[in-house]
Design a protein around this ligand. Structure first.
Ligand SMILES: *Cc1c(COP(=O)(O)O)cnc(C)c1O
Length: 227
């Protein structure tokens, strides 16, 4: 949908500001490897997504399979170089649709879903790219495996023939995020997982300092979501 107040230059300027803040945070922490910027385009229309692509972004994320199915197939045919990631809950009956649409599922969070993904991978003859979501704040309303169950769950996924690449978390709102990012990094290290998807618009600089390989940024790039 067209947004009267929107100009593609805004997105380019927002992205430049994000990169600047990321660089400053990395420099402060003495890190050289910058995380990949994952543009969270949920609730954003095609015009804004196209502006983000024009600004140079190549990795996008959506949190709902149905919304992504409505927005992305044409864009993906046009731009096969773009990577699309699922960062929201996945129902087992949507696994096939999800693997048709997304390059990476970051929200693997339970054994039933792992089994459904392994079954579908068997039919396709290729394993999906996966991150496991960890509920670092142990919040009842949030998805993700509990930190104490993460090692066992990672082993279970590997036992099913899946090869998770990394971990994802979403720290509790209103809490300092650093301990959550540090915990996620620790679980990844001891399980030999390479990637860490952590940090959003409010805290991507802190996540980058604690080793994020992917920061998931919505509003700081696109502006506020209009519900
Ligand atoms: C919406 C969302 C984000 C991005 O949030 P912003 O605060 O807009 O940057 C990141 N991760 C997940 C899982 C989300 O649902």
């Amino acid at each position: 949908m067209a947004d009267a107040h929107f100009s593609p230059a805004d997105i380019a300027a927002n992205l430049a500001a994000v990169r600047e803040r990321l660089d400053a945070a990395l420099k402060e922490a003495g890190r050289t490897a910058a995380p990949a910027i994952v543009a969270v385009s949920k609730q954003m229309g095609e015009e804004k997504i196209r502006a983000a692509i024009a600004a140079g972004l190549k990795i996008f994320a959506e949190n709902r399979v149905q919304e992504a199915a409505a927005k992305w197939p044409a864009l993906r045919r046009e731009r096969p170089d773009i990577e699309l990631r699922l960062i929201g809950p996945l129902q087992t009956n949507k696994v096939k649709d999800a693997l048709d649409l997304f390059d990476v599922v970051e929200s693997l969070d339970r054994e039933k879903l792992a089994r459904a993904l392994a079954d579908e991978a068997g039919r396709r003859g290729a394993g999906p790219r996966l991150f496991i979501q960890v509920n670092t704040g142990e919040e009842a309303q949030k998805s993700g495996v509990l930190p104490a169950e993460a090692d066992r769950f990672i082993a279970c996924c590997r036992g099913l023939g899946l090869a998770p690449e990394g971990l994802m978390c979403l720290p509790p709102a209103g809490e300092p995020p650093a301990p959550h990012f540090a915990l996620l990094a620790k679980i990844a290290r001891r399980n030999a997982l390479e990637y860490l998807s952590m940090g959003m618009s409010s805290d991507y600089d802190i996540a980058a300092q604690l080793g994020a390989t992917h920061v998931r940024i919505g509003t700081a790039i696109f502006g506020l979501r209009t519900y």
